[in-house]
Design a binder for this molecule. Structure first.
Ligand code: ADP
Ligand code: MG
Length: 138
């Protein structure tokens, strides 16, 4: 069993696709073991995306991530880190495979509806960033 962090980003919440995203996890056998809606401030977004602080899109990305509420979730399942990345699709929705979340709902390379941890180490950091042990069930 593995865990990963998923986020429905501000564009996904604004587009009313929280349910669509959740449905894709549940219909693919992925369990949601924690979930909440929050609205990050600039410092919180910068801390979350610290690995990207040298990237040219860092300022824009953190501003976008604070532009509205997000839904953060902990997903659990076998191989769930890779499975979630597969359901999400490529970062750039134009390159995302048919039937993926980003291909179906994203409109922009930055405003791409979902975040998903990319490795066990980042998953552990990202889950701990938003949830304490009492907020994760099972
Ligand atoms: P992913 O979310 O697929 O793991 P990255 O970790 O590379 O992608 O980037 C984090 C987020 O930064 C992306 O989901 C997207 O919102 C934004 N982003 C990535 N690349 C670009 C880019 N070239 N221009 C604008 N925003 C970008
Ligand atoms: Mg990433």
């Amino acid at each position: 069993m593995e865990r990963t962090l998923s986020i429905v980003k501000p564009d996904g919440v604004a587009k009313n696709v929280i349910g669509e995203v959740v449905k894709r996890f549940e219909s693919n056998g992925i369990k949601i073991v924690a979930m909440k809606m929050i609205h990050m401030n600039q410092a919180q977004a910068e801390g979350f995306y610290a690995v990207h602080k040298e990237r040219p899109f860092f300022g824009s990305l953190t501003e976008f991530m604070t532009s509205g509420p997000i839904v953060v979730m902990v997903l659990e399942g076998e191989n769930v880190i890779a499975k979630n990345r597969e359901l999400m699709g490529a970062t750039n929705f134009k390159e995302a495979a048919e039937g993926t979340i980003r291909r179906d709902f994203a409109t922009d390379i930055e405003k791409n509806v979902v975040h998903g941890s990319d490795a066990p180490e980042t998953a552990a950091f990202e889950i701990g960033y938003f949830f304490n042990s009492f907020e994760i069930v099972g």
